[in-house]
Design a protein around this ligand. Structure first.
Ligand SMILES: O=C(O)c1cc(C(=O)O)c2c(n1)C(=O)C(=O)c1cc(C(=O)O)[nH]c1-2
Length: 560
C-alpha cells in the first residue's frame, strides 16, 4: 500500500508506523504511545539487532522509518536497507556506487530517507536523490541534485510536503550555492529552486520549462561584489513543514568563506532561519541568528513548531548557544536565551533589533598582519556548536524541549583564501577545546516560555544523537559511549540504559506492533567530532566504530 501525503501529515498521531523523519513533518519527535513508561522502562530488552556489515563502519546518524511490516534505514556510505520489522531479516540492500572524489565535510553519514507512495527516497554523498521501490529496492528514479566535483553532497533526510520531495544541499565548506528545492516526489521532476544566498535567482519549472522566479532578497545588499555566487549558506540539515501555517522552515548554514573579513555585510541568508512557501518557493520571512557569521555557527538547526497559550511558535537551539523562539507565522523574535553555560561571543540578543550584542570575539584580519595568520581568539561555543545537527524533541505534556547540548570552546583564526572549485574554502584554522574535565555533553530540558533549564543529564563525551520523547513520560537518547538511555521527562532521572557496542549518534523512534510498543535506534560512532574535534577528538579516541540498528521491546513475561 502506497504512503499518501494524508498519512504522512498524520504521522505524529499514528502509532503503528513511522512514516517521516522527525516522526512527523513538524519533527517534534513526540509519540503519544505510553505502553513503555516510567514504571516499566527498566524491562526494555532487545527484540533484534541488524548489522550493516563488518566493513564501512562509520557514523550511523540515520532515523529508521517503519511501514507495512518493513523498516527502512540508511547507513554510512550512501547505503540503505529494508528489513522485516518482526524478524530482523534483510529484505533488500541498496548501495550507491560512489565515485572517487566525493567531498562530504563531516564524515560519510546519512540521516535517513523519506517514504512516499511506493518509494523510499534518500540523498547520497555524490549529491544525487535516489528513489527506490519499497518492495524490491530497485531504482525507480535518480536525479542529480548538484555536481559533487564542486563540493556538493547530501546527508539529510528529505522532507515530504504535499506530494513534493523537498531537499537542500551540503557543501558549505566549499563555496557552494545553498538552496532549497522541491521535486515531484513521484517522478523526481524539478518544481522550484530557491537559493538561500541573497542576490541569486530562483527558478520554477513547468512542463519541463525552466523560468525565473525572482531574486532571493536584493542583489548587492549584504554581499560585496559577486561573492554571493559562492556564498555557501548550505541547507544541509533539511527542514520542517507545518501544515497549520503551510510554511516550510529551513535553516541556512555558514557563509563562505569562514574568513569574514573577505565578505563585509550581513551575508543574508547565511546562518538564518527561512520560511518558504511550498507552492511558489518564495521566501515568506527570514530571521538571521548570526549576522556576518565569523565562527561557522551555521544556522541550519531546525525550527520545531509548537503551540503555547494559543500562539504559533517554532523553536531553534542554535550552534551559537542561543535558544530562539520565533512566531512561526511571521518570524518575529519572541525570545532568545543561552542554553549552555559558556557563550562568550555575544552577551545577549537585543530584543528590539533581534540582533546579537557581540563582545568583540571576532578573529583578526589576516591581511593586517605580517605573514598570513590573523589574530587568534578563544570563543565559546566551538563551531561544532552548543547543539549540532542532532535533533531535539518537544513533549506537549511537559511543555519542554529536550535538547542534546555540548559545552566546548575553540581557538579560531583567519587566513587568506582564494576560491577554487572543489577545494575547501575556509580561510580559517581552529582547535576545539573541552571546558570541563567531567563532561562535554548534556541533555537539557528547556521551558520555551522562559528559557529556563529544568534539568540536565550530563555526559562525558559530546552528545551526537537525537532525543525522542513519549506520552509514557520518557526521553530517549544515545551516547558516544554506546548507550541508548531513557530518562524521566519530568526530572531527568536515568531509568534505563543499554550498551549497543558502538557510539549511538542516531535518532530514536518508537511505534506499536501487535499490541507491543517498540523502540529503535542505529548504533555506529562517527560524524564531525572524530574528524574536527581537536582536543576533544583526542579525548574520545577510544570509542568504537560500528554499524547496526537495534530494536527493543518489553518481553511478554515482564509486562505489568
Ligand atoms: O556546510 C555544510 O554543508 C555542512 C554539511 C554537513 C553535513 O552535510 O553533514 C555538516 C556541516 N556543514 C557542519 O558544519 C557540521 O558541523 C556537521 C556535523 C555533521 C555530522 O554529521 O556530524 N555534519 C555536518
Amino acid at each position: 500500500a502506497g504512503v499518501s501525503w494524508e498519512q504522512i501529515k498524520n504521522d505524529q498521531q499514528s502509532t503503528d508506523n513511522v512514516l517521516h523523519v522527525g516522526m512527523g513533518t513538524q519533527m517534534q519527535r513526540f509519540s503519544p504511545l505510553d505502553k513503555i513508561n516510567t514504571d516499566n522502562v527498566e524491562h526494555l530488552y532487545p527484540a533484534w539487532a541488524f548489522s550493516f556489515g563488518g566493513e564501512k563502519q562509520r557514523g550511523q546518524e540515520s532515523q529508521p522509518l517503519v511501514h507495512d511490516g518493513k523498516m527502512f534505514v540508511t547507513g554510512s556510505y550512501s547505503r540503505a536497507w529494508a528489513i522485516d520489522v518482526k524478524t530482523g531479516e534483510e529484505i533488500w540492500q541498496y548501495e550507491q556506487r560512489l565515485p572517487d572524489g566525493i567531498m562530504p565535510c563531516c564524515d560519510v553519514v546519512n540521516r535517513g530517507g523519506a517514504l512516499y507512495g511506493d518509494l523510499f527516497i534518500f540523498g547520497t554523498l555524490d549529491a544525487k536523490l535516489v528513489a527506490l521501490d519499497q518492495e524490491t529496492g530497485d531504482v525507480v528514479w535518480s536525479e542529480t541534485m548538484a555536481d559533487y566535483k564542486e563540493g556538493y553532497s547530501y546527508t539529510a533526510a528529505p522532507l515530504i510536503v504535499n506530494d513534493m520531495v523537498v531537499t537542500g544541499v551540503s557543501g558549505g565548506e566549499f563555496g557552494v550555492l545553498g538552496r532549497v528545492e522541491a521535486r515531484d516526489a513521484k517522478t523526481g521532476e524539478m518544481l522550484w529552486s530557491r537559493p538561500t544566498v541573497e542576490g541569486n535567482m530562483g527558478y520554477v519549472w513547468k512542463d519541463g520549462e525552466k523560468t525565473e522566479n525572482g531574486i532571493s532578497g536584493t542583489r548587492g545588499e549584504t554581499w560585496p561584489g559577486d561573492m554571493y555566487k559562492r556564498g555557501g549558506a548550505a541547507t544541509w540539515l533539511g527542514g520542517t513543514y507545518d501544515p497549520e501555517t503551510d510554511l516550510i522552515y529551513f535553516g541556512a548554514g555558514n557563509p563562505s568563506p569562514w574568513n569574514s573579513h573577505m565578505r563585509p555585510g550581513d551575508n543574508l541568508f547565511s546562518s538564518s532561519m527561512l520560511a518558504i512557501e511550498p507552492e511558489t518557493g518564495k521566501i515568506a520571512w527570514h530571521y538571521q541568528k548570526t549576522p556576518h557569521d565569523a565562527w561557522d555557527y551555521d544556522g541550519t538547526n531546525m525550527c520545531i513548531p509548537f503551540d503555547s497559550d494559543g500562539e504559533k511558535y517554532c523553536a531553534s537551539a542554535d550552534r551559537n548557544g542561543f535558544f530562539y523562539v520565533l512566531d512561526r507565522t511571521n518570524g518575529d523574535l519572541e525570545s532568545a536565551t543561552k542554553f549552555v553555560n559558556e557563550v562568550n561571543w555575544a552577551e545577549k540578543v537585543d530584543m528590539e533589533t533581534g540582533r546579537p550584542v557581540e563582545t568583540g570575539k571576532r578573529p583578526g584580519d589576516p591581511s593586517e598582519t605580517e605573514g598570513s595568520k590573523g589574530e587568534s581568539v578563544f570563543v565559546t561555543p566551538s563551531f561544532l556548536g552548543a547543539k549540532n545537527w542532532m535533533p531535539m524533541s518537544y513533549n506537549p505534556n511537559t511543555g519542554l524541549f529536550y535538547v542534546p547540548t555540548n559545552e566546548w570552546g575553540m581557538d579560531i583564526w583567519n587566513e587568506p583564501i582564494t576560491y577554487k572549485a572543489g577545494a575547501a574554502y575556509l580561510g580559517a584554522g581552529f582547535n576545539i577545546q573541552p571546558l570541563n574535565e567531567d563532561y562535554i555533553g548534556a541533555v537539557r530540558a528547556i521551558d520555551p516560555k522562559t528559557g529556563e533549564i529544568k534539568w540536565e543529564a550530563k555526559n562525558n563525551a559530546p552528545l551526537w544523537s537525537g532525543t525522542m520523547t513519549t506520552a509514557g513520560g520518557l526521553v530517549f537518547y544515545g551516547t558516544p559511549e554506546g548507550y541508548l538511555k531513557a530518562l524521566d521527562a519530568e526530572t531527568g532521572e536515568e531509568l534505563w540504559k543499554f550498551q549497543t557496542g558502538s557510539g549511538v549518534v542516531g535518532q530514536p523512534i518508537t511505534w506499536e506492533m501487535d499490541g507491543d510498543q517498540y523502540v529503535s535506534v542505529t548504533s555506529g560512532w562517527g560524524g564531525a567530532v572524530p574528524l574536527w574535534g581537536g582536543e576533544v577528538a583526542k579525548r574520545v579516541k577510544f570509542l568504537n566504530q560500528g554499524g547496526s540498528v537495534w530494536v527493543f521491546k518489553i518481553p511478554d513475561g515482564l509486562k505489568q
